[in-house]
Design a binder for this molecule. Structure first.
Ligand SMILES: Nc1ncnc2c1ncn2[C@@H]1O[C@H](COP(=O)(O)OP(=O)(O)OP(=O)(O)O)[C@@H](O)[C@H]1O
Ligand SMILES: [Mg+2]
Length: 257
């Protein structure tokens, strides 16, 4: 089945935006910096972040991945402390310093750099962002003992600039907005997915690809959905190739959802 969701990192399509996002995240980790990766829904943010963290040497890094910040500030701190092998303190007043301490000493004690990755970071509430600000508020001269990567929708950027969060915003060393693929990249992306599903011959006409690209604005998840619907439409019409008509059917079907 082509256009599946769970590709191994080695099977990903390496379009330039994906590569740039991965490179920026890797740099952020190397520098122990704070990075912010934004992009529209389905732009490939989580995929890029997973590709970057999967390539890290696990003997030298400990990845603390929070898939969804809806756990509140305590939940977030709890997760960090637990991931570093400590037993979380009960009161927030002691839990926050415990998390800071655990992050600060991990490298000295076990030689591993903590990499805190928060996905869907546009959902972080102010209390959580303030907690992140405090965690990253260490002595600048000694350098940061860990890296933080915030991954989220474009509203994350605006939120970080507001009021009390400006202090956190000023410490962000890496920012990258993952845009849609170019038309050529979308064509290549569709071909790539067909190839890993076992078809290297032409399955989509140029017209069909152009329509899918325009409707998806080059965002991978939308491309996947449209391409799959178009394949089904072509199959139902007993056509050997996805033509313009099949692509139009897919676009109207998805728009009607
Ligand atoms: N480089 C890539 N190679 C192959 N497939 C990809 C690539 N990038 C994204 N995809 C596909 O697009 C889908 C959506 O990507 P992803 O989940 O990373 O988007 P997202 O930006 O995190 O979206 P959301 O805002 O909804 O969390 C993936 O499930 C995958 O199928
Ligand atoms: Mg995601």
């Amino acid at each position: 089945m082509p256009f599946g969701r769970d590709l191994a990192p080695s099977m990903l399509h390496r379009h330039p935006a994906h590569g740039e996002a991965v490179a920026r995240i890797t740099w952020c980790v190397d520098q122990h910096a704070i990075g912010v990766i934004t992009g529209e829904v389905g732009a490939g943010k989580t995929v890029a972040m997973r590709a970057a963290t999967a390539a890290l040497d696990t003997s030298r890094h400990v990845i603390i991945y929070l898939p969804n910040p809806s756990v509140g500030m305590r939940g977030m701190l709890h997760h960090i402390v637990t991931a570093l092998g400590h037993t979380p303190k009960f009161y927030t007043a002691t839990l926050a310093p415990q998390a800071a301490e655990a992050l600060a000493t991990e490298h000295a004690e076990r030689g591993r750099t903590p990499v805190v990755v928060i996905d869907e970071a546009h959902l972080l509430d102010n209390q959580q962002l303030e907690a992140i600000r405090l965690l990253t508020n260490h002595d600048m001269d000694s350098g940061s003992p860990f890296a933080v990567v915030l991954v989220g929708q474009p509203t994350l950027r605006q939120r970080l600039r507001l009021g009390v969060l400006a202090a956190l915003d000023q410490r962000i060393a890496v920012r990258y907005h993952l845009g849609g693929m170019s038309a050529a990249d979308t064509a290549d992306y569709i071909g790539h997915h067909c190839k890993i599903a076992g078809r290297s011959d032409t399955l989509f006409s140029d017209d069909a690809i152009r329509l899918i690209h325009n409707a998806s604005r080059g965002h991978p998840r939308a491309v996947n959905n449209l391409a799959l619907h178009a394949l089904t439409a072509a199959f139902a019409a007993d056509h050997a190739i996805v033509d313009e008509k099949a692509a139009r059917i897919a676009i109207s079907e998805i728009a009607a959802d």
